[in-house]
Design a protein around this ligand. Structure first.
Ligand SMILES: Cc1cc2nc3c(=O)[nH]c(=O)nc-3n(C[C@H](O)[C@H](O)[C@H](O)COP(=O)(O)OP(=O)(O)OC[C@H]3O[C@@H](n4cnc5c(N)ncnc54)[C@H](O)[C@@H]3O)c2cc1C
Length: 573
């Protein structure tokens, strides 16, 4: 006979993470056509259910059972194989096959839609998936990004050979993608790439060591290498497509030397690879490897921002649930003003990141459609979200863990996994420093600041605001962009301020975009959040002063079913 605990610990496992987050459904029509939203609602709801239940269990199991590297078959053949736990393979099926997350941007037919889906649709689904499983999102994003880069720069013959398998939803026919760039001596500094590419007829033979290779047994990888005789530095680096198996089915000449023992993303394999004359094909122009790879890197940087947003949402969702259900000193945690203040601190960066996901996705859609100026906009929004959202995710997941008290530190719960995974976002695909410097590069080389300014002014112009609030927003925008321009122009001397500039542009962009969303949705709730971003993360604060009272709207903001009063009733400032 089981004995019920007198005071069971609250557990929201099994909740539908889409249904329990009405803000997500509310935001979709702002960024996607109505007909597409209707088409997406059933899969989103289905994925929300899986993410809060079955996928969450699978992710927990896969995290506890990391992949291993097998060197030989049982019959004695020297064929390397990565043994993935069945829980991980089941998640692969859900992501690649059931929801077509790697195919969605590249071909028609996913969810019976007659065209590839826009980025906002892919990221809304990814945002839900990652709330359960983070590790697998790397291979998903690599496959998606490799396909994009191959289609953009690859020879027609290579595209024809591999596109069908990269975008299939038939699991057993699927080819996954990877990106092998980093070497022991070349991480952030890609120009130091030492891997050699020796010409061999129509192809090349790669020789060298790749030091960090996630999804190392992927069927296809994009690799950076230096063609023999190429000049030193960045202009000598070229991009290659490396198949795991050659067209005749024989294994290509490279070895996975070992798998990394990682803090997070433990479900997914990352390894080291030695290239022993592996055959590969040049992608695009020789000597433009980094520029072409930058497209893949930017795509996966954006995906990293989406993942950080999803991790923060999951952390908030858990923290809010616990706060509503857990009691101490005779009260629910959420009824305590100090706890409410902490919950708002979690919610704010999570909502900023969600808005930035949709803003960047929409800019990417416009850029891919060839709209003038949109490329320069996406070129700055991408490093902004990668930089700030990934950093915020570290703190939000850590602080949400504390809301569960001691249980938050115990591996039975999702919190430790979220914290471990969140720390990776700031390191791979460009560390925080490198990505912040990329914001300055986008300003200098692409004129991105002007485009950002025009975009934000456009959003403000379409937002119903109290005249005093408009003045505050306008003044902050002028100051932040003037400073960013000064820093970008000051060359090496300004580099030390890159992170500060990136943060201020991110906070301002999200404050304005959230205010615009609030206006479009007539949502007082979102307008309050936008106002908080402006007050707490943009405008100067006096650590010894400030409001002594809890804002009247906070308790209802944290509870479901809030009366979302019309925006014109909001008393901004
Ligand atoms: C789990 C995991 C999986 C990975 N998977 C892959 C993969 O699949 N493919 C791949 O190619 N790579 C992968 N990476 C590698 C990752 O992208 C690199 O580790 C990262 O880009 C940093 O490079 P590095 O380790 O050489 O650090 P370094 O470049 O040596 O940087 C060390 C420190 O110096 C700082 N720094 C460097 N230059 C500057 C500068 N100009 N100004 C200020 N600070 C600077 C950095 O910010 C960092 O803090 C993975 C890494 C991890 C941890």
């Amino acid at each position: 006979m089981t004995r019920a605990a007198a005071h069971p610990v609250p557990d929201q496992h099994g909740v539908n993470l889409f249904d329990s987050d009405p803000d997500l459904a509310a935001l979709l029509p702002l960024y996607l056509p109505a007909e597409l939203v209707q088409r997406l609602l059933p899969p989103l709801q289905q994925l929300g259910g899986l993410a809060g239940g079955v996928l969450d269990t699978l992710a927990q199991t896969a995290d506890k059972n990391p992949p291993t590297l097998q060197q030989r078959t049982r019959t004695g053949l020297d064929l390397q194989h990565i043994v993935k736990h069945p829980a991980y393979v089941e998640m692969e099926r859900v992501a690649f096959s059931q929801f077509g997350l790697a195919a969605i941007s590249h071909r028609a037919g996913v969810f019976d839609w007659p065209a590839p889906l826009p980025p906002a649709a892919k990221y809304a689904l990814t945002y839900l998936f990652v709330q359960a499983e983070f590790g697998l999102c790397c291979p998903l994003s690599m496959t998606d990004s490799l396909t994009r880069t191959l289609c953009k720069f690859g020879a027609a013959e290579l595209v024809a050979r591999y596109l069908p398998r990269l975008t299939t939803q038939v699991f057993d026919e699927l080819h996954q993608g990877a990106m092998f760039m980093t070497e022991q001596g070349a991480g952030s500094d890609v120009a130091a790439t030492a891997t050699r590419a020796e010409p061999d007829g129509d192809a090349y033979r790669l020789h060298g060591d790749k030091w960090f290779c996630s999804n190392p047994d992927a069927d296809l990888a994009m690799v950076l290498a230096r063609i023999d005789g190429a000049p030193a530095g960045m202009q000598g680096v070229s991009l290659f497509l490396l198949p795991r198996a050659l067209p005749d089915g024989t294994p290509n000449a490279y070895r996975i030397v070992r798998l990394k023992d990682k803090l997070g993303t433990r479900s997914m394999a990352s390894g080291e690879i030695r290239l022993d004359g592996a055959q590969a094909w040049l992608v695009g122009e020789a000597g433009r490897g980094f520029q072409q790879m930058a497209d893949m890197v930017n795509n996966s940087r954006l995906s990293n921002g989406v993942r950080a947003a999803g991790l923060m949402r999951r952390a908030c969702s858990e923290a809010l649930f616990v706060a509503r259900e857990r009691r101490a000193f005779g009260r629910r945690l959420i009824d305590m003003p100090l706890m409410r203040r902490q919950l708002l601190k979690l919610l704010l960066p999570a909502e900023q990141a969600r808005t930035m996901v949709f803003q960047t996705a929409e800019a990417l859609r416009r850029a891919d459609a060839g709209e003038p100026g949109a490329y320069a906009l996406v070129r700055i929004l991408t490093p902004l979200i990668k930089f700030r959202a990934c950093r915020d995710a570290r703190k939000v997941t850590g602080d949400a863990m504390e809301v569960r008290g001691g249980c938050g530190y115990i591996e039975d719960w999702s919190d430790p996994r979220l914290v471990r995974d969140a720390h990776l976002g700031s390191i791979w695909e460009g560390t925080s420093n490198i990505v912040a410097l990329d914001v300055l590069r986008a300003i200098r080389r692409e004129g991105s600041l002007d485009l950002l300014m025009v975009h934000l002014q456009g959003l403000l112009g379409r937002t119903p605001l109290h005249p005093a609030a408009r003045l505050v927003f306008d003044a902050a925008l002028q100051r932040a962009t003037a400073r960013a321009a000064r820093v970008a122009e000051s060359g090496a001397a300004g580099e030390m301020l890159a992170r500060q500039v990136a943060s201020s542009l991110y906070h301002l962009s999200t404050a304005i975009a959230m205010a615009w969303e609030a206006g479009a949705l007539a949502s007082a709730r979102r307008m309050h959040l936008a106002q908080c971003v402006l007050r707490q993360r943009v405008l100067p604060q006096d650590p010894l002063g400030g409001d002594d009272h809890e804002p009247a709207w906070l308790p209802s903001l944290l509870e479901p079913g809030i009366d979302d009063a019309a925006v014109d009733r909001v008393n901004l400032f």
